[in-house]
Design a binder for this molecule. Sequence first.
Ligand code: ZN
Length: 251
Amino acid sequence: MVLGMIFAAKFVDFILPPRCIVTGDIVDKQGMLSSEAWAGLRFISQPQCDRCGIPFDFEHDVQERGEGADCAACLREPPIYNKARSALVYDEASRELILPFKHGDKTHFILGFLPWLKQTGGMILEEVDLIMPVPLHRWRLLQRRFNQAGIMASYLSKEVGKSCCLDGLQRVRSTPTQGHMRAKERKKNVKRAFAVNHKYTDMIKGKRICLIDDVYTTGATVNECAQTLLNAGAIYVDVLTLARVVKPVNG
Ligand SMILES: [Zn+2]
């Protein structure tokens, strides 16, 4: 299914003139953004938490913690994953890109996302052995027809020349959507929701893995996936997402 969508995306790429994926203005190259669309996006850069990648937006944070430090939330409760990085702040502008991609009518957006993922992933992508998407439950996969994280993982692995395992993780129980849940509820919601596909246990054992998803919200999902992979013998698990929710860092 994912492969079919990828071929479809390549086909769309082939027949259409290069246009900005947001505004539709003609641009030099497929996947590029017009300057108007670009201006609305907030890219995440240093200084940021070394673990979860949240930007240290506030002056006191940078002064108090300095670059390369962990944020208060990560110090209080260290994540199970090793490091997480996201290209964009999840806000109105990035949502306009991500939602149509997620719901399957704008799969060619991946061409615009790839350079951002590659740049944001930097060292993470260089050092890992295997790229894997956060899975959807098969019912949701049926509804939505494809897993957006699977498309991202598949394209990115080709771009950076790393192996990709699309079906290595499975959702073993369907979980309610987490839209309005708080961090604690999300954690409970995804508890034991994932399992390693037995076909791929040898592939996962002893590997450094980069998990891919579209949006990082509280980290509950990727932490649970990371725990599942660590239990299966992965050395460590990093996380790369297109966007992340950024809330003011307190304390
Ligand atoms: Zn952090």
